[in-house]
Design a protein around this ligand. Structure first.
Ligand code: PLP
Length: 432
């Protein structure tokens, strides 16, 4: 133990839980598609006096004093973000992908306005649905027609609906994001109905920035929102990049970020985002490429071992993510629990036309981005697939498989695709 703790039961309890969790994850294969490991430098930048300060508004136009250096950093981080997303404008203040999305909904629609988004069963994030930010704004949601075979929007059928209903806003992007959204295919239609085009790239942001997925802001999207901690391996936060159709559209977004939905915007995270963005400019292309190779290798290996991997018609995935239909293995909830016991961390997930519910769905969602981050390559994916087979198909005792998962993980204890791993905030709180 590196900290000397006070004689306080609450403090000890919390410390012990975090400590135990950290040890567990050190020995586990982390495959939640929305998570990643922040680099040591970006982690370090979250421990400074920035942690204790406030900044409201934009650099040079603050409501408080004391922001001389904060302003310099924020201006620079915005510049790095524009380079990273190849965009004329960016806002690095949103404190999460969801607050970025709330800002976008409030900028783009009024209560009662119609918007299009993917259905939750087809992989949408809760924030786009009526129970989430879209509903909070009072928007009326319609969903695209879905092509289950290709795990993507059915372009022709959806085009018809769009022309008929003429929504104010079209939202693309999902939390189960296997293949690029058909922005190019729908571009003429979107221009004809003259709607706001918004791409929620939370999951695939690192792949987009690395130039290995699609380039939404060059395919007709006006704004790109995202989380800074999924395939883009930064601190937990959000970001908005834009190629707006006019100045008013971007001004509306800025106003919704502040004062609409944020006050101070977590300055330590803002600084750490800058480090993560700079690292991604350096290593992102190589990282994104390896993530996709690993996801495809893992999907293929799981398929060969008897799993129903969705999206087979198109090679299972062209992102970091994979989806399994695990109906035959007992359903998503049971499978995810057995895997957890075996030190393999995943999540249950709805699949298209799922007869189950969100708590008892038929699918399992996997991501290869974190395994890639710790140095795994295609050859290691077959070993991961073997562990899945032992737990879910051979029904071996997961407690036994757990030992082998932990053993396998021993060789993968450093973070790759970043500048350095040797910083003080690192010590036992990370897996190096
Ligand atoms: C994860 C996710 C979000 C929310 O991001 P947070 O940073 O967790 O708030 C929004 N949209 C999509 C598509 C996501 O997958």
């Amino acid at each position: 133990m590196t900290l000397s703790l006070p004689e306080n039961e609450d403090v000890k309890f919390i410390y012990d839980q975090v400590d135990t969790h950290t040890d567990w994850f050190k020995d586990s294969l982390c495959m939640i598609a929305s998570e990643n490991l922040v680099s040591p430098l970006a982690r370090q930048l979250q421990v400074s006096d920035f942690t204790d300060r406030y900044a409201e508004g934009l650099p040079g136009k603050r409501y408080y004093n004391g922001n001389i250096y904060v302003d310099k950093v924020e201006t620079r981080v915005e510049e790095i973000a524009k380079k990273l997303f190849r965009s004329p404008v960016a806002d690095v203040r949103p404190i999460s992908g969801t607050t970025a999305n709330i800002s976008a909904f409030f900028a783009f629609i009024k209560p009662g306005d119609l918007y299009f988004a993917p259905h939750l069963n087809d992989g949408a994030h809760i924030s786009s649905a009526k129970f989430g930010a879209g509903g909070l704004r009072g928007g009326q949601e319609m969903t695209y027609v879905w092509d289950k075979e290709n795990m993507n929007i059915d372009v022709d059928a959806s085009r018809k609906l769009l022309l008929e209903h003429k929504p104010k806003l079209c939202l693309f992007g999902r939390s189960v994001f296997l293949f690029p959204a058909p922005l190019k295919e729908l571009q003429d239609t979107l221009q004809e109905i003259d709607c706001h085009v918004w791409y929620d790239g939370a999951h695939v942001l690192g792949l987009i920035a690395g130039g290995k997925f699609q380039d939404p802001l060059n395919e007709g999207a006006h704004i790109l929102t995202g989380s800074t901690h999924k395939t883009l391996p930064g601190p937990q936060g959000g970001v908005i990049a834009g190629n707006p159709k006019d100045e008013d559209q971007w001004k509306a977004i800025r106003r919704r970020v502040f004062p609409g939905t944020h006050s101070s915007h977590h300055l330590m995270t803002m600084a750490a985002k800058g480090i993560a963005f700079a690292e991604h400019l350096e290593f992102g292309a190589e990282y994104a490429d390896q993530i996709i190779r690993n996801a495809q290798a893992l999907a293929q290996a799981l398929h060969e071992r008897g799993f129903t991997v969705m999206g087979e018609a198109l090679g299972f995935t062209s992102s970091h993510a994979m989806v399994l239909d695990v109906t035959a293995q007992g359903g998503g909830a049971t499978c995810a629990l057995d895997l957890e016991t075996a030190n393999i961390i995943t999540n249950k997930n709805l699949i298209p036309d799922d007869p189950g519910t969100a708590m008892r769905p038929s699918g399992l969602r996997l991501g290869a981005q974190e395994l890639t981050r710790i140095g795994m390559k295609e050859s290691h994916m077959t070993e991961v697939a073997d562990l899945f087979k032992r737990v879910l198909i051979d029904k071996e005792d997961p407690m036994k498989v757990k030992e082998d998962s932990a053993d396998f993980k021993k060789d993968f204890q450093t973070i790759h695709f970043c500048f350095s791993t040797d910083t003080p905030a690192y010590h036992k709180w990370r897996i190096v």
